[in-house]
Design a protein around this ligand. Structure first.
Ligand SMILES: [Zn+2]
Ligand SMILES: [Zn+2]
Ligand SMILES: [Zn+2]
Length: 438
């Protein structure tokens, strides 16, 4: 009875959709959330809202971290970028439906926990519009916040740019340059104060003076030598003539600085970029440059989300191709049995511990390169197939000696590629067998 009443108080119904109303976040919401279509933030307290959004978006369970979230009413809260926005009776149910359909596709009805932020980000983008757009934000050190991702980097948001790099390396995202920022080398803040300083003592108490060049007598000196105190007129200290028109009888070809702290005179002031947060005096060449990019989920990223792998098409058809290959071998067995020709199955086994740790796109390319080599040793590409780290070739109508010559060439060519890609941590075993001697 009490439970039913609680449920009523906590829910917000609109047409066929029921939303969980959250004012103050507490852990019991995690259990009840799957019964609802989405979340409505009913609090007007910014820190309560923040606590709720972060608890949801950083959860491990995809039905929770991907849940549609809406603000009940208009807000200036910057965390709105991690939500679907303010609830709108005309549009929001449709958004909720679309998100939940995609969430169901990812999880397949199961609540598998996700710990890798790369995977969670792909899932988030997949269930939204696939785009990750940077937003200018003064409260974020690097000056830009990103939906979803920023929930994971409170304060030290520089790390998120490493996450993006990794996703680009995996080919799960595509990118487009939007801006370029310079960050403090000590704390990665983007809020800098630029100042000209004395190169000798680093004081900011410096003054620039024009250099004056008097044409009639060719005298060149700082402007103060041409001016008497409290006078606007300038007189040449060398020839005593009055200076009249700039560009006609004199000009100002450059400036010279003098330091009021150490009396140093210098031509170029040193520009220092002082960090507003940690006060570190950054030299310009030491600033950390970061490209601010807009990202989009790629085909590979979508495949990763939908199938858990980026090489799904290839992986799926392996067993099919293996079956075809086995049939071809059987055909050859009967054919050569009658014709007294010989055909050989060559088995190439590549073993390396690195296969476990290399990423899918690298391996994809690696096996493509291997295939480019091995296909030259068979008369038709269908006489070649790969299952995991073993490649099978069917060499037709060959003498045994010719086969072993081919194998030696193949071994040589493969070992060059293997060494280039995997270094010395690799074993290559090649065996051959006459199809009629098995
Ligand atoms: Zn100085
Ligand atoms: Zn003069
Ligand atoms: Zn700093």
């Amino acid at each position: 009875m009490l439970k039913a009443l609680n449920k009523q108080l906590n829910s917000f119904k609109h047409e066929d959709f029921t939303y969980l109303k959250i004012g103050t976040w507490n852990l019991t919401f995690e259990k009840s959330l799957p019964e609802y279509d989405g979340i409505i933030l009913s609090s007007t307290n910014d820190s309560e809202i923040e606590k709720t959004i972060l608890a949801i978006r950083t959860h491990e369970n995809p039905t929770i971290y991907l849940a549609p979230i809406y603000f009940l009413s208009k807000t200036a809260n910057g965390l709105i970028i991690h939500t679907e926005g303010v609830f709108n009776e005309h549009k929001s149910n449709e958004i909720t439906r679309s998100i939940n359909e995609k969430v169901a596709r990812i999880t397949g009805g199961q609540n598998t926990a996700h710990k890798s932020l790369e995977i969670k980000l792909m899932n988030y983008l997949y269930t939204r519009d696939g785009k990750l757009t940077p937003q200018k934000n003064r409260l974020i050190l690097s000056g830009y916040s990103y939906p979803f991702v920023d929930c994971y980097y409170k304060g030290e948001d520089f790390e998120k740019y490493k996450l993006f790099k990794q996703c680009i390396k995996n080919e799960w995202l595509t990118d487009a340059l939007e801006d370029r920022v310079q960050l403090c080398v000590q704390c990665y803040d983007s809020y800098m104060i630029y100042k000209e300083t004395c190169p000798k003592c680093q004081s900011i108490n410096i003054q620039a003076h024009d250099i004056v060049h008097h044409f009639p007598c060719a005298h060149i000196a700082p402007i103060k030598q041409f001016k008497k105190e409290d006078e606007d007129e300038m007189t040449c200290p060398k020839c005593d003539k009055l200076l009249r028109h700039i560009g006609i009888d004199y000009d100002k070809p450059s400036v010279v600085f003098s330091c009021k702290n150490c009396d140093n005179n210098f031509q170029h002031a040193e520009v220092i970029s002082e960090c507003h947060t940690c006060s570190h005096q950054n030299k310009l060449e030491d600033l950390v440059e970061v490209d601010i990019k807009a990202y989009k989920i790629s085909m590979n990223g979508i495949m990763k989300v939908e199938h858990g792998t980026t090489v799904i098409n290839e992986e799926n058809s392996v067993s099919d191709r293996m079956k075809i290959f086995e049939q071809l071998v059987m055909q050859e067995q009967s054919r050569t049995f009658i014709a007294a020709n010989s055909s050989f199955v060559v088995e190439i086994d590549i073993q390396s511990k690195l296969f476990k740790i290399l990423n899918a796109s690298f391996l994809n390319q690696f096996w493509k390169d291997i295939n480019d080599i091995t296909k030259n040793y068979v008369s038709n590409p269908i006489y070649s197939c790969r299952k995991e780290e073993t490649i099978y070739l069917l060499m037709i109508d060959k003498e045994e000696l010719a086969v072993s010559n081919l194998i030696e060439k193949l071994r040589y060519n493969l070992s060059i590629l293997l060494e280039d890609n995997l270094g010395s941590d690799v074993t290559l075993v090649i065996k051959s067998q006459n199809v009629n001697e098995s």
